[in-house]
Design a protein around this ligand. Sequence first.
Ligand code: SAH
Ligand code: SF4
Length: 401
Amino acid sequence: MMFLMRLTAAGNLVQFDLAEPAQQLGVGPSRALFGMSLDELNTIALDLGEPAYRGQQIFDALYRQRADSLDAITTLPLSFRAALEAAGYSIAAPRIAQSFQSKDGTERYLVELADGRTVETVWMPEGDGTEEWGEDEEQSASKPYRRATICVSSQVGCAVRCQFCFTARMGLERHLTAGEIAGQVTAVLNRHDVEIGSARGQGNPDRINLVFMGMGEPFHNYDNFMDAFRLLVDGVGIPASRMTVSTSGIVPGIEAFAREPLRPRLAISLNAPNDDIRERIMPITRKWPIAELVKALKAVSLSPRERLTFEYVLLAKVNDQMQHAEELVSLIKGSGLRAKVNLIVWNPGPELDFAMPSPDTVAAFQAALRAAEIPAYIRRPRGLDIFAACGQLKRTVESSD
Ligand code: SAH
Ligand code: SF4
């Protein structure tokens, strides 16, 4: 309660609902249909004496129509729905437990999992995590569809100890399952009544981008992450080219990623122009120095218009000086990688001993990259009034409970 009062008194945070507690979320994850692949669903149909195509019907209902209960899957005969229920199956998709709305339209959710744990998911209308402001200035207000980006978590907490990150402070609690990763997306799509493709309507379906940049390191949870990606492409219907996964630079993960026949776009949290600085803010650099990272990235073959994204969180005095920009230019040019840079203004918070760079420094850093013909965009922090940095909302809520 203290939390609610303190924040609403500040006048900029509105908590507008509380959903059911975890015990009402249906049976445990072992019988959760949500998250299963088409093969698994086909097997369940066959095991219950139904033709395999019933598996496809469940698949479509779970991911394309985003049904929220077995009763809502009207394509299935009543007797089969009853048999599924009797066998202990339920949809059991993750649900939004708490929502926080920012003045700039950003909405941030704590999504509750079957074990009662929560992760953060963010809805950013208009704002676009992959195309960046300035790159596509068209106003969606004049269009018959909506644009939005959803930021998705891959783990509860994170084992990578980046010094500037709130999620790092939690350590790793556990990996998310494929259903828990994809389920964050469907929960948010349902909340906003989004139409993807033509399954839920004709005409101009909404343009949704996904960024896997929430809590956690996706490449530490590689298989579940890629399974979720495939469910989102084949099931939910979001094109692979509209998704971007961000990694802190887990080299074996990048190597596996390079071999995938279908994959999202790739962003790498570089955050420093050399190993010395990077090691200080991202100790994982000791394991995989920048040269090894670059080598692994070279094996990722890019489609004709695709670029890698280097994310670079600007930390005052640490990595935001002109000499750092120049070093970054040499690093990128020297690597031969086709890359753009997303400059992220560090989002401050308690317990973290860094400072935000000044707007002039940020502008000068961007100008230096652009002068060298490296595309560079400034990612303005969204929803600052609702603790928009990775992991910040969850920590704030938990520490005030
Ligand atoms: N673990 C992955 C994806 C999640 S973090 C990764 O590190 O890439 C997503 C992005 O948020 C990363 O680029 C990270 O550097 C950045 N980030 C983390 N804490 C931040 C903060 N306090 N302010 C701004 N950006 C932050
Ligand atoms: Fe983990 Fe990414 Fe945070 Fe680093 S920045 S601790 S990899 S979530």
